[in-house]
Design a protein around this ligand. Sequence first.
Ligand SMILES: *[C@@H]1O[C@H](CO)[C@@H](O)[C@H](O)[C@H]1NC(C)=O
Ligand SMILES: *[C@@H]1O[C@H](CO)[C@@H](O)[C@H](O)[C@H]1NC(C)=O
Ligand SMILES: *[C@@H]1O[C@H](CO)[C@@H](O)[C@H](O)[C@H]1NC(C)=O
Ligand SMILES: *[C@@H]1O[C@H](CO)[C@@H](O)[C@H](O)[C@H]1NC(C)=O
Length: 312
Amino acid sequence: MTLDFILANIILILLSLNVAVSGFFPARSLDKLYNFADCAGLHLIFGLNALHRNPDSSWNSSSALNLLKYSAAKKYNISWELGNEPNSYRSMASRSVNSSRLAQDYALVRKLLQSVRFYSRANLYGPNIGRPNKNALISLDGFLKSGGSVVDAVTWQHYYIDRRVKKVEDFMKTRLLDTLSEQITKVLKIVQTQAPEKHVWLGGVGPAWAGGTNNLSDTFAAGFLWLNTLGIAAAHGIDVVLRHTFFDYGYNHLVDQDFNPLPDYWVSLLFKHLVGPRVLGVHVAGLQRKPRPGRVIRDKLRIYAHCTSFHK
Ligand SMILES: *[C@@H]1O[C@H](CO)[C@@H](O)[C@H](O)[C@H]1NC(C)=O
Ligand SMILES: *[C@@H]1O[C@H](CO)[C@@H](O)[C@H](O)[C@H]1NC(C)=O
Ligand SMILES: *[C@@H]1O[C@H](CO)[C@@H](O)[C@H](O)[C@H]1NC(C)=O
Ligand SMILES: *[C@@H]1O[C@H](CO)[C@@H](O)[C@H](O)[C@H]1NC(C)=O
């Protein structure tokens, strides 16, 4: 089975990195990455390095502009974002970028895109905040309030579980499944207040944070979380779900280091082939009643209904 008939239409973030801390990302790497995405029928969203900063802490856009000019000359159809989990820069990179600063930086990215003719209508996504805890939500609110609404869709991320969790039972807890609904509700509330016309994307989601758990987040045990993600997100009107990751160094990936498909890859393939974008509201009689503690099924059942996909 080849990639091109697989996840076409799912937009995957293949790269959302702050790796280029030196401001240096070799052109040949971009060529390879773009060619891979293009051959596989995927759309590439490139995460520009948000931590390349001037002494006054404004974003230094010089290498981003070079990259844009290079990829425009190559006619690479790419969408853009700036940085990854900006609310965690303090803990991850000992730097901090507040939400009004970040909003100005995004406005600058938009200006750069407009200045390079090929990208004058390119899409820009952000702010790509991490799991919506209190800080992340404050930062999202501030970002949108300060003009971050230059983005074409508002992005945020969700991970279900700590990668130090080692037991398969812990991946099966139905309480975990519900955490996503709670997070979506919090994010939508902010977007509806600050930028109600914006689409909301789940810009990164995986079973476990910090790279996932060997022999768990890459197995069928994690499939419930993935299916649940796709079902809940669709039911809440989240347009696009980006899996973190397709391929990487950790265990949340869909293919292993040799590109062999893993269980969630097959789940994704089936989902894309069978499940269409139209969501039906379903209620299961009997589940609404308050469950009696200690009784069998309790809240173990999840049902989602969609019209059939016409995707080939
Ligand atoms: C921005 O970064 C470039 C290197 O990518 C550097 O040459 C330039 O001096 C920086 N600009 C400022 C204002 O720091
Ligand atoms: C670029 O890709 C997007 C997303 O797949 C698509 O909607 C758009 O039509 C493409 N633009 C061009 C010029 O091919
Ligand atoms: C945000 O950070 C910038 C410098 O990075 C600073 O000038 C500004 O006062 C800060 N704004 C708030 C609201 O803290
Ligand atoms: C993962 O599972 C395989 C097969 O059951 C086993 O050989 C291996 O030791 C496991 N690795 C870890 C880190 O648990």
